[in-house]
Design a protein around this ligand. Sequence first.
Ligand code: AMP
Ligand code: MG
Length: 487
Amino acid sequence: MKALDELTFDNRFARLGDAFSTHVLPEPLDEPSLVVASKAAMALLDLDPAVAQTPVFAELFGGHKLWAEAEPRAMVYSGHQFGGYTPQLGDGRGLLLGEVYNEAGEHWDLHLKGAGMTPYSRMGDGRAVLRSSIREFLASEALHALGIPTSRALCVIGSSTPVWREKQERGAMVLRLAHSHIRFGHFEYFYYTKKPEQQAELAEHVLNLHYPECREQPEPYLAMFREIVERNAEMIAKWQAYGFCHGVMNTDNMSILGITFDFGPFAFLDDFDAHFICNHSDHEGRYSFSNQVPIGQWNLSALAQALTPFISVDALKEALGLYLPLYQAHYLDLMRRRLGLTTAEDADPQLVERLLKLMQNSGVDYTLFFRRLGDESAALAVARLRDDFVDMAGFDAWAEQYKARVARDGDYTQEQRRERMHAVNPLYILRNYLAQNAIAAAESGDYSEVRRLHEVLTRPFEEQAGMEQYAQRPPDWGKHLEISCSS
Ligand code: AMP
Ligand code: MG
């Protein structure tokens, strides 16, 4: 266990130099104080959890102090936003403080979001508000607990600094951890600004640091792109299987590591709705829940375009062709497990599809349905669940198919079925209304609800005594919350 001043830095991205990022100091928050910290994320840096309670913790992550070895930098990148190319973006309000390596030899980027203006702030103020910082913190740690690849969050620091959005709010910072903060948009920036040398340097950097095994392949860059395709297919399959809607899948928000990244107006589905749009600025539904699958491929094509200096177009196309079949395989595998199945049959995709249509038509809670399905034998569970469906005849037909499928699947006890299903079907997810309750309390100075919700979400599959209220469908007020994009 380390104290805060014992972190060891090795700032590999900063060493790429000024063509890639600009040195900027964080702009401190007034009266920084700890809102919430993640013990599990602190452990990634070998940090003693007790240090979160010390004043220096809030000072470091509230922008007042820096380690001598830190080299805060704002990264430059660009990207496709809602389908159109924006030539210059970059860290407008976040700083890469440096790269820390832990005792296991892993490197973690320390990225402070809400750290003030940078050369890439454009019209923005460089700040993040408390509510969006809490949302990013909770989502990162909740997705990780569900087994979905994601950036992590170490802490949220609150303050008395006024920040103007639709109304006056208070500034906060969230400390994000990831093995890299390089986005698809980094490659696009050097491609479209026609800087082949820097682009090659970036590609070498990513290959050496994050995909070293691809070096052994005959075409290392192609192998790396294939791996990125595979990781994205798997990540998006997990989003779809668990009902996570990212909301802003612009290529500047897509990580080169295939992890969930840059949380904005995201949401988990309450009722199943394939057409759900969580981002209220997304008028055409480009990033609706079901569109995440083709958009994942669209984004990979944008990355492929930026990689044409290194890889032949035919090879890139072939690699892109891997995306859908891989996505489908991962998705189906997860959905089978969610249904309690251990074997594969050709008609399983239809079984899943039919169920989702029925859930869609009846507005059935996506998370609780699967959880309850595992509570009892298939026959008892469907008999109980049928009341949630408007089209009962439709559900009965599906239930007959499902029971027959379960019978063919194998001979196991109800205890085994429950254990297996509960291990993949969470009881607790980050419902928008739960986040909203925690944020409302935090905005009035009470952080206990954020901390409790975070604790519950770190063990989503385990029934926790006294926490029933976190496993409920939203009340009416919490069903269609408008999450502001101005975070
Ligand atoms: P996002 O939609 O959060 O991914 O942000 C898109 C771009 O806008 C990124 O380059 C951000 O750094 C920048 N940005 C977002 N909010 C702010 C802000 N309040 N101040 C400065 N830049 C911002
Ligand atoms: Mg972004």
